[in-house]
Design a binder for this molecule. Structure first.
Ligand code: ADP
Ligand SMILES: Nc1ccn([C@@H]2O[C@H](COP(=O)(O)O)[C@@H](O)[C@H]2O)c(=O)n1
Length: 204
């Protein structure tokens, strides 16, 4: 089997990474498999729920990236993996796992994926979704309240305490590792078309 095409999609919270990933998955459906770094947040069973709400989830050490690298290598080698599943409402890894099967295109998505050189070495294409901070926080408030069971106050506190400073420290500088910067993500039709053309070339 030909080595899969591995695409890394990074960018700040609320930038549009998932939207771009969904657009590519929609276009290449059965040929795409996605690994979300969010699913590799470390387990924090030893802490109470209240303690877990106070953690910094925007620093590289919050993730079990070694496990993700191992899983990505397995997928590249044509092996299926059991991917952890993260529960944002509980701030912890759930007991479920998801069977992820190898496919010709593998997308790896996450805010900090370009901060890990060993992970970057596995990417054929590195995309960074770039969206202004004010737009991102507006999207995040809406999403976290509606989808992740958060209060507006908790989103505000977390944003100022960790999300914003870690973005400036880690996420923004990691943009330099990208091959291509995509303003606004999945709704940028010109960029999307160019990325689709590159992926189509993989199948020729
Ligand atoms: N270009 C866009 N215009 C308007 N809303 C968008 C756009 N891109 C994404 N969104 C919305 O913003 C929210 C966050 O986008 P998402 O792709 O989940 O970001 P990320 O995965 O980077 O956190 C979602 O509700 C999504 O529908
Ligand atoms: N328990 C958690 C774990 C993570 N987060 C936040 O998720 C953000 C990353 O996901 P995106 O889809 O927005 O890229 C990150 O900024 C963490 O702060 C959380 O709120 N709670």
């Amino acid at each position: 089997m030909k080595r899969p095409l591995v695409i890394g999609i990074a960018g700040g919270t609320g930038s549009g990474k998932t939207t771009l990933t969904r657009e590519l998955s929609r276009r290449f459906s059965e040929d795409v498999t996605v690994l979300y770094h969010d699913n590799y947040y470390k387990r924090n069973d030893h802490l109470t729920y209240a303690e877990r709400t106070q953690l910094n989830y925007d620093a590289p050490e919050a993730f079990d990236t070694d496990l993700m690298i191992e899983h990505l290598r397995q997928l590249i080698n044509g092996e299926a993996i059991e991917c952890p599943v993260y529960d944002f409402a509980d701030h912890n890894r759930s007991d479920e796992t998801l069977t992820v099967v190898p496919r010709p295109v593998i997308i790896v998505e996450g805010i900090l994926i370009f901060c890990f050189p060993q992970l970057c070495d596995l990417f054929d294409i590195k995309l960074f979704v770039d969206t202004d901070a004010d737009v991102r926080i507006l999207r995040r408030v809406k999403r976290d309240v509606i989808e992740r069971g958060r209060s507006i106050e908790s989103v505000e506190t977390q944003y100022l305490a960790t999300v914003k400073p870690m973005h400036e420290l880690y996420v923004e500088p990691s943009k330099r590792k990208a091959d291509l910067i995509v303003p606004e993500g999945g709704h940028n039709n010109v960029a999307l078309e160019m990325i689709i053309n590159r992926v189509e070339r993989h199948f020729r």
